[in-house]
Design a protein around this ligand. Structure first.
Ligand code: KG4
Ligand code: ZN
Length: 340
């Protein structure tokens, strides 16, 4: 019998202080998330300085809770996986410094994890049969990428956003509609009461780059629409605008992801990142995958938004490949996928 491999994972790239214990890559023994959303809400977005300070305050408690809920101690841990980029530098540094300190003090190997690769690996947790290669649409607050997961720990970017990330567009439009932060879940909910055909917002195509995205024009179109309603003293139906905006985002995401899967002759498509929690995106992508005979995978909402379980899964596959980080591991705020 082979010995189990236990990873203690740490994630502090943005506004969630998170730690998890993951067994053999796909079995989550604990997944503790301290969300700072309530703290940042009043500012309408994440305040980096506040995020770093709160991470420092919470990190030890979150790690202790993750170990205790998993019923293990540091003596049982084979490696520590930590997000070292991309993200807010001060926030990342808290997790990286903590992971290095534990690694040094207890002589436990250290593995550096790319945050987006973590989001992609969230798909492995509940879909035990999923194995590379597969295409993954990563849609979060800071990133929108179409990524080919060629093998465990091997990724290639097929397309990316030229400006705003999908989640950023959700957050900005929600702000303009006065819905508060974070905007994605609010727009998701309000859209259910609206007519998605009420306003036709633009779907951006980029010449020569069929799998790249652009959402800043769409965001401006929504703002212009709201301004023009105000100038003309016309009533604004927020639910209709939310639903029409959401439809424009989903339309572009689904059509590009399906077209890429077909061109790259890949029969598995996965979603990842905070926006992957969006109910309409999941439904539209599921329907499009069915009609194109593609297998469709997506994580539960709690594994779509930032968490450490996904970092533990990504770290496991790095660990078994023999990849290790040294005590000189640093936070890399603009770390690219596949870069090491
Ligand atoms: O992956 P994540 O937790 O953090 C980053 O790595 O960026 O993603 C957060 C983003 C936010 O922009 C939030 O508005 C969006 O995910 N989001 C959603 C939903 N839930 C979270 N967007 C659309 N619909 C949702 N249900
Ligand atoms: Zn994220």
């Amino acid at each position: 019998m082979t010995k189990d491999i236990l990873i203690l994972a740490i994630e502090t790239s943005c506004d969630e202080t998170a730690a998890a214990v993951v067994k053999n890559g796909r079995e989550v023994l604990s997944n503790i998330i301290y969300s700072q959303i309530e703290l940042h809400k009043i500012y309408g977005g994440v305040v980096p300085e506040i995020a770093s300070r709160k991470h420092i305050e919470k990190i030890n408690h979150v790690i202790e809770a993750a170990l205790s809920e998993a019923g293990v101690t540091l003596d049982d841990i084979n490696a520590i996986g930590v997000t070292y980029g991309p993200g807010l530098v001060g926030a990342l540094l808290v997790g990286v410094a903590e992971a290095k300190a534990i690694s040094f003090a207890r002589n436990i190997p250290l593995v550096g994890v790319h945050h987006i690769e973590g989001h992609i690996c969230a798909n492995y947790i509940e879909n035990k049969e999923l194995a590379p290669p597969f295409l993954c649409l990563v849609v979060s607050g800071g990133h929108t990428h179409l990524v080919m997961a060629k093998d465990y720990g091997e990724y290639e970017i097929i397309g990316r956003t030229r400006d705003d990330a999908a989640g950023e567009a959700f957050d900005k439009v929600a702000r303009a509609l006065g819905l508060g932060y974070p905007g994605g879940p609010k727009i998701d909910k309000l859209s259910r009461e609206g007519d998605r055909t009420a306003v036709v917002f633009p779907r951006a195509q980029i010449e020569g780059a069929p799998y790249d995205f652009s959402f800043s024009g769409l965001k401006s179109a929504v703002l212009n629409h709201l301004n023009s309603c105000e100038m003309k003293n016309e009533p604004v139906n927020k639910a209709d605008i939310a639903a029409s905006f959401q439809e424009a985002v989903i339309d572009v995401l689904v059509s590009k992801a399906i077209a890429a899967a077909i061109e790259y002759k890949i029969d598995k498509l996965a979603l990842a990142g905070g926006v992957a929690a969006n109910s309409s995106l999941r439904n539209s992508m599921a329907a499009a995958c069915r009609s194109n005979k593609l297998k469709f995978f997506y994580p539960s909402p709690v594994l779509c938004t930032d968490n450490a379980a996904m970092i533990g899964t990504a770290a496991y596959y790095e660990y078994i490949k023999g990849r290790r980080a040294g005590l000189d591991l640093n936070a890399v705020p603009n770390l690219r996928i596949g870069e090491r």
